[in-house]
Design a protein around this ligand. Structure first.
Ligand SMILES: [Mg+2]
Length: 385
C-alpha cells in the first residue's frame, strides 16, 4: 500500500518575516503590498486572517479590516526562495522521493521509509514537522493519505500546524462531510456550478460521480484511488510525455549556464526517447524565475524528432526572450511530447544528417550505459559533478 505525505508551510511568506523579526509575533502582517498602495495581499499571516483578510484581497480592503498596528510588507522573494530550499533539503533527508509542488509545498511518497518509524506514518510526519520548526522556526502542515490528491486535501484541513491522516479504506468516510471546494481543482468558478446541481459536499460528489465523465469523473477516480500502482496515484504520470527539470544550486542569470543545462536536459530526454524507440513531435521549454513565476513555451514541429540537435534547435527558438539578463532563473525544464513509435517514422531530415546522427547517438548511449554518463559528453553540456 502506498503512503503519501503532503507538506504545506503555513502562511509561508509572512511566517518567514515573523521568524526573522520576533517583534512581529502576534501582529497582523500582510506580505505583498504597501499601506495606501493599490497592490494585493499575497500572504496574510494568521493574525491578519483572524480579521478576515484573505490571500489576493486588495491592500485597500485589508486596511479597512485591520487595526492600525497591522504591518504591510513588500516582501523579499529571494529570501523566501532561500527558506524554501532549506525546508526542501530537510524533507529530502527523510525520503528519496520528494516532489516540490510550489515554493511552500511538497509531496513525498513515504511507503518505503515507514519501517524506520515503526510503520507509523504519523510518527514520521511529526518528526519532520518538529525538525522544520527547530531549524527554520516555520510551521508546516502535513497530510497523510493513500494517494497524492487526498494527501493535499488532508494537509489543508487543520491549518496552521496541522497533521491529518486519512487511513486506507477511510477516504470516502473522511471526505464525505466536507464542502466540495476542499478538493483542489474545484475553485471559485466550479463550486457554485456544482452547488446548483445539488452537489454541496464531497460525499455528494462521490455518489453522483457515476453519472459523470470527463474531468470530474477522473477527479473522483483520483480521490478514491488506493491502488498500489504508482501511475494510478499520480495525475502527471498518465500524460504521455518525457520531461527533465533541473533546479540550479543557486538562482542564475548566466545565459551560458542556463543553455548548457538545457542542452543536458535535452540530451536526457532524447536518450529516453531512443531507449523507448519513440520520436517526439512537440517540444516544450519551461523556465521558472527566482520569484517562482513559471513560463512554458511549446512548438509542434513539422515532423517527429529524436536527436538532441533538432530538439535543442527548437528549445533555442522557444527560449527567445525568456532569458533577459536581469532576470534570475531558478529552474529550467525540457519536455518532449506528442510521441509516436520511432519505427516507420519520417524523421525530420537535414541532408541525410538525421540518420547518421541517430546512429552516432545510439553508439554514445550504449557507451554511457556501459561506462557511465561521464565517459562521453557532448561539447555543449554541463560537466556532471
Ligand atoms: Mg502554504
Amino acid at each position: 500500500m502506498r503512503q503519501y505525505l503532503h507538506l504545506d508551510l503555513d502562511s509561508f511568506y509572512a511566517s518567514v518575516e515573523t521568524a526573522l523579526r520576533p517583534e512581529l509575533r502576534g501582529v497582523p502582517v500582510c506580505v505583498g503590498g504597501q499601506r495606501g498602495g493599490r497592490g494585493i495581499v499575497t500572504c496574510p499571516n494568521y493574525a491578519a486572517r483572524a480579521y478576515g483578510v484573505r490571500t489576493a484581497m486588495s491592500v485597500r480592503a485589508a486596511e479597512q479590516l485591520l487595526p492600525s498596528t497591522a504591518v504591510f510588507l513588500r516582501g523579499n522573494f529571494r529570501l523566501y526562495g532561500e527558506y524554501s530550499r532549506r525546508v526542501m533539503a530537510i524533507l529530502e533527508s527523510y525520503a528519496p522521493e520528494v516532489r516540490q509542488k510550489s515554493i511552500d509545498e511538497a509531496l513525498m511518497e513515504v511507503s518505503g521509509c515507514l519501517h524506520f518509524w515503526g510503520n507509523d506514518p504519523v510518527r514520521m510526519a511529526r518528526a519532520i514537522k518538529d525538525r522544520v520548526r527547530e531549524e527554520t522556526e516555520l510551521t508546516i502542515s502535513a497530510g497523510l493519505a493513500p494517494n497524492p490528491l487526498c494527501a493535499k486535501i488532508a494537509a489543508g484541513l487543520r491549518k496552521p500546524d496541522g497533521l491529518v491522516l486519512i487511513r486506507h479504506g477511510m477516504i470516502r468516510d473522511t471526505l464525505a462531510p466536507l464542502p466540495v471546494d476542499v478538493v483542489p481543482g474545484i475553485g471559485k468558478k466550479t463550486a457554485p456550478r456544482l452547488r446548483m446541481q445539488g452537489i454541496f459536499t464531497v460525499g455528494d460528489l462521490l455518489t453522483r460521480a457515476q453519472e459523470r465523465d470527463g474531468w470530474l469523473g477522473s477527479l473522483v477516480q483520483a480521490l478514491l484511488d488506493e491502488s498500489d500502482d504508482r501511475a494510478h496515484g499520480d495525475h502527471e504520470a498518465a500524460e504521455h510525455s518525457i520531461s527533465r527539470d533541473r533546479t540550479f544550486g543557486r538562482d542564475t542569470a548566466d545565459r551560458e549556464e542556463i543553455e548548457s543545462t538545457l542542452f543536458m536536459l535535452t540530451e536526457r530526454c532524447c536518450k529516453t526517447l531512443r531507449a523507448e524507440r519513440l520520436a517526439a513531435s512537440t517540444v516544450t521549454v519551461k523556465v521558472r524565475y527566482a520569484d517562482f513565476t513559471t513560463v512554458q513555451k511549446q512548438e509542434t514541429l513539422p515532423s517527429a524528432v529524436v536527436n538532441e540537435e533538432q530538439v535543442f534547435a527548437a528549445v533555442g527558438l522557444l527560449l527567445g526572450d525568456l532569458l533577459p539578463p536581469w532576470r534570475f532563473v531558478r529552474l529550467v525544464g525540457v519536455k518532449v511530447s506528442n510521441l509516436s513509435p520511432l519505427e516507420g517514422q519520417q524523421l525530420m531530415l537535414d541532408d541525410g544528417e538525421s540518420e547518421r546522427l541517430f546512429q552516432l547517438h545510439q553508439e554514445v548511449d550504449a557507451l554511457q550505459k556501459k561506462f557511465g554518463e561521464k565517459s562521453v559528453r557532448w561539447g555543449k553540456s554541463e560537466p556532471q559533478v
